[in-house]
Design a protein around this ligand. Structure first.
Ligand code: ZN
Length: 501
């Protein structure tokens, strides 16, 4: 008999410092699928759902699709939006009859109005229709700020092992296999959660670079032990103000002692490398002149503070302004600015463009920059991912325009879009390898798109809601002490192990 397994999820990385609220429309604009459409849309894609769907046959699952909703990382989720999505998942159960378990896609850094830990809340809501001992296995993002409540809410959680994230499908399949294993017996693995008092920023979290590379290889060693079901490290997302901020280690094992020992040793491994998570940044003017002088190109100028994937508006102008002032040539900058797109559309292809661009959403990412040039291309901003991130998935940037301003090509988009795939600019006729300078609104996501052509990379010290210098933020509820805001070491005997209810 095939097991009847519900599938769905709610995925959002919430930037608690970003302006406004994330509403239902933001989920519909990015990823939203219900019922049979969920299976159709994600089958064969490099996503968690794609991996779960792919593994279902082998696991003996009949999948019962609920709904999946994801919004591009952004501000706090409006409470009614979260309620609607949870209700939507629960409502599907009415028609299912008997259900044996659930596969769920979560993020681990979601927050809604009045709810610090929205992922734990979603799990709590699902337990209304799927009470224990019916098993729930869920995936989470490498940027999760795991809490005791979230860990307690599911029987097993599997986190991405990569950043930039390229293993979502594998982790989805892994979650499905663990769910099948739990269904074969009534037993559940023992679990241990360790929290490390370290706040790190995305550009230092890449898993194929130090310091994270060594941490991940220690994790993979631990996962080869027969008594270990699986382990995850989440380095966390520092752009929120909550008590469960920080790095986490979560291990599932046959027995509590093994889970705790493994969690503790990985937590100590992360802590011992804390100074390697410190960051070095170049001021914008220096960065632009260095890029213009550099003998080999393209040079990637990374604007980490306006990291779309971290919840910022994607309309920061600090680097664009410096490029214009220095007279840079053959540079691409992507700016989310629907008003500027409208100006370009009115001018038409070949028409003259003369309007302020960017910095409209808030006053934390520079000022609007006057741009004068020619509209060289208009488009619908749709592209299919051909790289390693969400391969095969179609993203839409909304109506787009390219304005060429004396060799600076400003790609204006209607929607803020994470730079995970080179098709983002190719679909508008811009070939990355032919540029001298590529500006990316991202901390690390850009690597999946542009690293293979980049000859030099400069991290720029820009202001914004994802600023790399955490001293810029007014935290009230974060854990204290936390490195690097407090540089004092904790008690060496402390294991940071948490009690999961
Ligand atoms: Zn992430």
């Amino acid at each position: 008999m095939r097991k009847r397994i519900a599938i769905g999820g709610i995925w959002h990385e919430t930037n608690g410092f970003a302006a406004g609220l994330t509403d239902l429309a933001d989920f519909h604009a990015y990823q939203y699928a219900e019922g049979a459409a969920l299976l159709e849309r994600y089958h064969g894609t490099g996503t968690e759902l794609g991996g779960m769907i792919g593994a279902a046959g082998q696991c003996g699952f009949e999948l019962l699709p609920t709904l999946f909703a994801a919004a591009v990382p952004s501000a706090t989720i409006a409470r009614p939006a979260l309620d609607t999505l949870c209700d939507g998942i629960l409502a599907r159960f009415d028609a299912f009859g008997a259900v044996d378990g659930m596969l769920l896609v979560l993020h681990g850094a979601a927050a809604a109005e009045g709810i610090d830990d929205a992922d734990a809340h979603v799990l709590e809501r699902i337990r209304e229709v799927l009470p224990p001992p019916l098993p729930i296995a869920a995936t989470f993002d490498f940027h999760a700020n795991l809490s005791e409540a979230m860990v307690a809410g599911a029987d097993l959680l599997v986190g991405y092992d990569t950043f930039p994230h390229v293993d979502m499908a594998e982790r989805g399949a892994e979650a499905a296999r663990h769910l099948a294993r739990m269904l074969e017996s009534t037993g559940r693995p023992a679990r241990a959660l360790a929290k490390v008092p370290l706040l790190s920023v995305p550009q230092k979290q890449a898993t194929d670079r130090e310091p994270a590379m060594s941490v991940m290889s220690a994790l993979h060693d631990i996962e080869t032990r027969p008594e270990i079901w699986c382990g995850s490290v989440a380095l966390g997302f520092p752009y929120a103000d909550a008590p469960h901020l920080g790095a986490s280690v979560l291990v599932y094992a046959d027995d509590t002692r093994s889970a705790r020992a493994a969690s503790r040793s990985l937590a100590e491994e992360i802590w011992s490398r804390r100074e390697a998570f410190d960051i070095a940044l170049v001021p914008p003017d220096e960065a632009v002149s260095e890029a213009m002088r550099h003998p080999r190109w393209p040079v990637v100028l990374v604007d980490p503070a306006d990291n779309v994937g971290g919840g910022s508006a994607g309309d920061g102008t600090v680097i664009l302004e410096a490029l214009v002032r220095h007279g840079a040539k053959d540079a691409i900058v992507v700016i989310a600015d629907p008003e500027a797109v409208a100006v370009a559309v009115a001018a038409g292809e070949g028409g003259a463009f003369d309007a302020p661009v960017g910095a409209r959403v808030d006053d934390r990412h520079g000022s609007p920059v006057p741009v004068r040039g020619t509209v060289t291309r208009l488009g619908d901003g749709r592209y299919v991912h051909k790289g390693t991130y969400m391969t095969g998935y179609e993203t839409s940037m909304g109506r787009c325009a390219v304005v060429d301003a004396a060799g600076i090509r400003v790609l204006l988009t209607s929607r803020r879009t994470m730079p995970f795939d080179a098709e983002q600019v190719r679909c508008m006729g811009l070939e990355p390898a032919e540029q001298r300078i590529i500006v990316v609104k991202s901390a690390s996501a850009w690597r999946a798109a542009f690293e293979s052509v980049a000859r030099h990379v400069i991290f720029v010290d820009t202001p914004g809601v994802c600023a790399s210098n955490l001293e810029h933020f007014e935290y009230r509820r974060r854990p204290v002490p936390a490195y690097p805001l407090e540089r004092t070491g904790p008690d060496a005997e402390h294991s940071w192990l948490r009690d999961v209810p």
